[in-house]
Design a protein around this ligand. Structure first.
Ligand SMILES: [Zn+2]
Ligand SMILES: [Zn+2]
Length: 158
């Protein structure tokens, strides 16, 4: 089984090595049969019908908040539109599951770190890999600790 998105190298065989133990497993999905949704997907992915009947798309073209996991089965949320290349805003990784920066409220943390707003392009939603997500959260804790200490010191007129 291979993902039919151009330049995507996800196959059933290499899914395992792409998937870190703590991360969500990469899964394969059918294209929607509903014409409207199907056309939105095809347009976003720059591909055209007719697709092979068994055409599949891998979950790396969606963010974690567009996928629903239940009983070991992954479903795509209604209204989710895949994009060709989803990558991590911090390290540019595109080979692992990516997490919505909005969902984890990481946009402000990113801004504090880089001094710039989150990079966005067309309908791409800002996303990060698990490693960068953890780093951003840790960095924010570190920053808040500094601010808290500063407030304590200020009380002593230092
Ligand atoms: Zn893919
Ligand atoms: Zn990253």
């Amino acid at each position: 089984m291979k993902c039919c998105v151009l330049d995507c190298e996800t196959t059933a065989e290499n899914v395992v090595e792409k998937t870190k133990p703590e991360a969500i497993t990469v899964s394969f999905h059918d294209f929607p049969s509903d014409t409207n949704t199907r056309n939105l997907w095809l347009k976003s992915l720059c591909i055209k019908d007719p697709l092979p009947e068994d055409a599949k798309i891998c979950s790396l073209h969606f963010l974690d908040d567009e996928l629903q996991h239940k009983d070991g089965i992954t479903k795509i949320s209604d209204g989710a539109i895949p994009i060709t290349l989803q990558f991590c805003t911090m390290c540019l990784d595109s080979q692992n599951m990516l997490y919505s920066m909005t969902k984890y409220k990481l946009e402000d943390i990113y801004k504090h770190l880089t001094g710039k707003p989150v990079f966005t392009y067309k309908h791409m939603k800002p996303a990060v890999c698990m490693t960068c997500l953890e780093s951003l959260v840790d960095m924010n804790k570190f920053r808040l600790m500094g601010l808290k200490s500063r407030a304590i010191l200020a009380q002593f007129g230092m």
